[in-house]
Write a protein that binds this ligand. Structure first.
Ligand code: AMP
Length: 621
């Protein structure tokens, strides 16, 4: 408690969190509480769910409240009904010893008239979803003129869910003098834009890196054929008897199908997807929270704002379209400093997508072999044995004990164990007696080739060109020479800051270009944009590759660069880097410069250059 006192928390609020068992503040609480309590600054906090951020803003805001004034002083906006209700409950717990503080939640999908009646009674802290609050403001059923503090919780999710207009409307309705505290797990440009428009002198606080997952989450992947995904999932679930997990799938149909199959295979699970009514959804969540369900199969949309503690695993049955979704999914485990595992089931073509996710989350995925029958059975039996060992015999057993002992009199201890286990696990042992090896063992050498490709990419073009040139000439091949091509330069509006890599660019072109065999020249990744060259013979219709595509939620804008570089190229010779560029083989200075800028080059579909097809994060809208 001492640490909380040092942060400036006092009396009743401290008593409230003591009852909840909080002893020391989490990192985000250490940073946020003093700012809200003592400073006038607005705040942008990069914090994952599960880091204790509700208390980080909730505790100081409750303490700062003047409960004698009967007006709404704190407004908390959150993306979903579930999160809204959770925040409301948390705040009520923190304010357990401040009964005069009134906290109310308003959200869509519930009777608005009842909410209006609640609001009429007066409320100090209003927790709301943006859509419902807009409704209430328009009906003049809520007064937010005296709001002093606004919290935007899970701002990225609110924008993902299309609440941008509503947020603008609400923020415009609150007093200019308010303080705004923005919390987000990721920082896409849209969130930065909101922060820029509505926050003043905002202090930035981060307890992780941008778009990066919690430190306590480890990431694992299994690589199998698409047809074996379900069986792999089933074995992973069976192999972790104490699993408490969310399985993420892309569509409602998948959610329904997989749930049915798992239920048929004897696993306690249910589905959460957009077709459920609110009461069905509440029912599923109640059973999941009470741990009557071992796993919940959910779509990303349905799982938004879900707040469940102590998940042991998050399973990506399919990889999500974009990395931000991956961060959100995996952030549901490893909460409050606990360890968690984020599992991805992929097929061989998705390895490049996995690498792209690794680049952003700055963590490596560990390869795991799909468990075989023996492994699954061992895990189940030992778990069962441990549970039996941990069980205290019940006193009420006493009266039956003698009779039971007599029944088993003829058997040795070993025989009793064998019989009990066979009785309990007969079906499982039979099922797993002989099962197929589902692992996709890559042909030897492929990993090595990939590693080599990556090494060459790292070493830069100069070394590669020299080596390839020498080897090519030795084999009597025609040497690749830039001067055979005339290029047009294009620019796209994503760059290093967005996690964009040459691989991403090549994947987009590979997937979408109407022309095969197109020559791509240099690719230069800058902070906020990327410039690259395309052989002029393939330029016709090329712009369509980027139409309706987004990268990490940001729509692409492709422009042709009409600069000195192109004009000089038109004259037959490029001097982009200060002149003197002649043949590529002699371009030492140029390649060094390009390497500094994250340069690479590639021919469409040329895997040798470390560029693979299949575009993970880009998305046709
Ligand atoms: P949140 O990120 O606000 O959803 O919090 C995640 C979980 O951590 C919740 O169950 C909180 O009750 C718990 N929690 C928050 N702060 C602390 C703390 N200082 N000590 C222990 N548990 C905490």
């Amino acid at each position: 408690m001492e640490k909380f006192t040092e942060l400036g928390l006092r009396g009743e609020i401290l008593k409230g969190i003591q009852d909840l068992g909080f002893e020391v503040p989490t990192p985000v609480q250490e940073k946020v509480i003093p700012v809200i309590l003592e400073e006038e600054n607005d705040l942008v906090a990069l914090a994952q769910t599960g880091t204790g951020k509700t208390a980080a803003f909730g505790l100081p805001l409750l303490q700062k409240l003047d409960a004698s004034r009967k007006e709404t002083q704190v407004l908390i906006l959150s993306p979903t009904r579930e999160l809204c209700v959770q925040i409301g409950k948390d705040l009520q717990n923190y304010a357990k010893y401040c009964p005069e503080i009134k906290v109310t939640c308003v959200y869509g999908g519930a009777d608005i008239r009842r909410q209006i009646r609640e609001l009429e009674k007066g409320v100090h802290v209003l927790v709301a979803t943006p859509g419902r609050l807009c409704d209430l403001i328009k009906r003049q059923a809520v007064n937010i003129d005296a709001v002093k503090s606004v919290v935007l919780d899970e701002a990225d999710e609110m924008l993902n869910m299309g609440f941008k207009e509503d947020l603008n409307f609400i923020l415009d309705e609150t007093p200019e003098t308010r303080n705004t505290y923005l919390f987000s797990a990721t920082m896409p440009r849209e969130v930065e834009r909101i922060a820029k428009n509505y926050l003043h002198d905002a202090k930035e606080i981060s307890t992780g890196k941008k778009n990066q997952g919690a430190d306590t989450v480890s990431h694992e992947y299994y690589m199998v054929k698409a047809k074996d995904c379900y069986e792999t999932l089933h074995r992973i679930v069976d192999c972790a008897p104490d699993m408490y997990a969310i399985i993420f799938v892309r569509t409602k149909v998948d959610a329904r199908d997989i749930t049915k199959k798992l239920q048929k295979d004897g696993i306690d699970c249910d589905a959460l997807h957009g077709d459920l009514s609110q009461s069905q959804r509440d029912d599923v969540m109640e059973r999941f929270r009470a741990k009557r369900l071992k796993v919940l199969v959910a779509t990303d949309v349905a799982a938004r704002g879900l707040d469940v503690d102590n998940l042991t695993h998050v399973i990506n049955y399919n990889l999500p379209e974009d990395v931000e979704s991956y961060t959100h999914r995996s952030g549901r485990t490893g909460r409050a400093g606990k360890e968690g595992i984020s599992v991805a089931i992929i097929h061989s073509k998705e390895k490049s997508k996995l690498r792209r996710i690794e680049n952003i989350i700055k963590k490596k995925f560990q390869y795991r072999e799909v468990p075989g029958g023996e492994e699954v059975c061992r895990a189940q039996l030992l778990f069962y044995a441990d549970k039996i060992m941990a069980t205290e015999p019940k006193e009420t057993m006493d009266k039956f004990q003698q009779e039971l002992f007599e029944r088993f009199e003829m058997l040795s201890k070993e025989e009793v164990i064998q019989k009990v286990v066979s009785f309990e696990f007969g079906k499982l042992l039979k099922k797993y007696a002989s099962v197929e090896d589902l692992n996709l063992h890559e042909p030897e050498g492929r990993e090595k080739r990939e590693k080599k490709g990556r090494r060459e990419e790292r070493e830069g073009r100069e070394g590669r060109e020299g080596r390839e040139g020498r080897e090519g000439r030795r084999r009597g091949e025609r040497r690749f020479d830039d001067d055979e091509y005339d290029y047009t330069t294009f620019s796209v509006n994503v760059g290093r800051e967005d996690g964009f890599t040459p691989r991403d660019l090549m994947a987009i072109i590979n997937d979408n270009s109407p022309r095969k065999g197109l020559q791509i020249g240099s690719i230069r990744i800058f902070e906020n944009n990327t410039k690259f060259e395309v052989d002029v013979r393939g330029v016709h219709g090329f712009a369509s590759c980027f139409r309706n595509i987004s990268f990490n939620g940001l729509p692409f804008t492709l422009t042709e660069v009409k600069d000195r570089y192109n004009r000089e190229r038109d004259g037959g010779r490029s001097r982009e880097f200060g002149g003197g560029r002649k043949k590529s083989g002699s371009g030492k200075w140029r390649s060094e410069k390009r390497r500094n800028e994250g340069s690479t080059r590639g021919r469409f579909g040329e895997k040798k250059r470390g560029v693979e097809g299949g575009n993970g994060r880009s998305r046709k809208k």
